[in-house]
Ligand binder design. Structure first.
Ligand code: MG
Length: 256
């Protein structure tokens, strides 16, 4: 059930008597949202924080993002970090091996051309072609949301078994059916070093709710960043608060 929770629900640090796996969204969670996805700022402190946590949690740390892994690597420059990109359609395991989902690629190819035509007609739109999914950003044309939603829904309706439309913060994504941040987390939790560990997932957007559902099913810690309804059990205010909370956890892990 969706509930509104207050800021005083700031999460306690994970209990010391359990083993944890940490999953993190990037945009709006570890870095502030900016006007263009290429303009996010990943500073050295964030990279060090992720590396330290990966060491302290025996490798059980993964970034779970809507971005493509190539894009995540460009910004994070942590090529051995486990991650899932494109809402679960691709992933890199803790051994560094890359995997990609294929079943929806043909349908995606068929709609790619038509989405491109749409973007050419409205220069306020920005299409991010991630390979296994398409993200249409309309943050410079926010009033176009309703019409875009119906146009994109019509575009994919001939492929109900292959494609689905997701709405994020001023972005629509056309992606393969059957993958989301919840399935991405679940997949990691079946293999070492994540298996047998209790998940923590921190995310800010509507698509992160799928991840929270998986975490809740495993009795883990689901942490929502910012405002808005959520099924997460606790909340942090913004990326700065996330960094602070992670640093406190690092401190506790280092002194246990
Ligand atoms: Mg996000």
């Amino acid at each position: 059930m969706v509930k509104s929770i207050a800021n005083e629900d700031t999460p306690a640090l994970p209990r010391q008597d359990r083993s944890w796996a940490l999953f993190l969204d990037l945009d709006g969670t570890l870095v502030e949202l900016v006007d263009h996805p290429d303009h996010i700022v990943v500073d050295d402190a964030l990279k060090t924080r992720l590396q330290t946590l990966t060491t302290l949690l025996d490798g059980a740390v993964a970034v779970i993002s809507g971005r493509a892994i190539d894009d995540l690597d460009r910004h994070l420059t942590l090529p051995t970090l486990a991650m899932s990109g494109q809402h679960g359609a691709e992933w890199r395991d803790s051994q560094g091996e890359r995997h990609i989902a294929e079943h929806h690629q043909k349908a995606l190819e068929a709609v790619r051309q038509r989405v491109n035509e749409q973007v050419r007609r409205d220069e306020a739109l920005y299409l991010e072609d991630k390979g296994a999914s398409l993200a249409l950003h309309y943050r410079h044309h926010p009033e176009a949301g309703d019409i875009l939603k119906s146009e994109l829904s019509a575009l994919i309706e001939e492929y109900p078994d292959a494609l689905e439309l997701h709405q994020g913060k001023l972005v629509f994504e056309i992606k393969g059916c059957g993958y989301d941040k919840g399935t991405a987390l679940e997949r990691f939790l079946t293999v070492p070093p994540f298996s047998q560990r209790c998940p923590v997932f921190i995310g800010d957007d509507r698509t992160d709710e799928d991840g929270f559902r998986t975490v809740n099913a495993h009795q883990g810690m689901a942490i929502k960043v910012g405002t808005g309804d959520t099924i997460a059990g606790s909340r942090l205010k913004n990326p700065d608060a996330v960094h602070e909370w992670l640093d406190q956890w690092i401190d506790r892990l280092q002194h246990s």
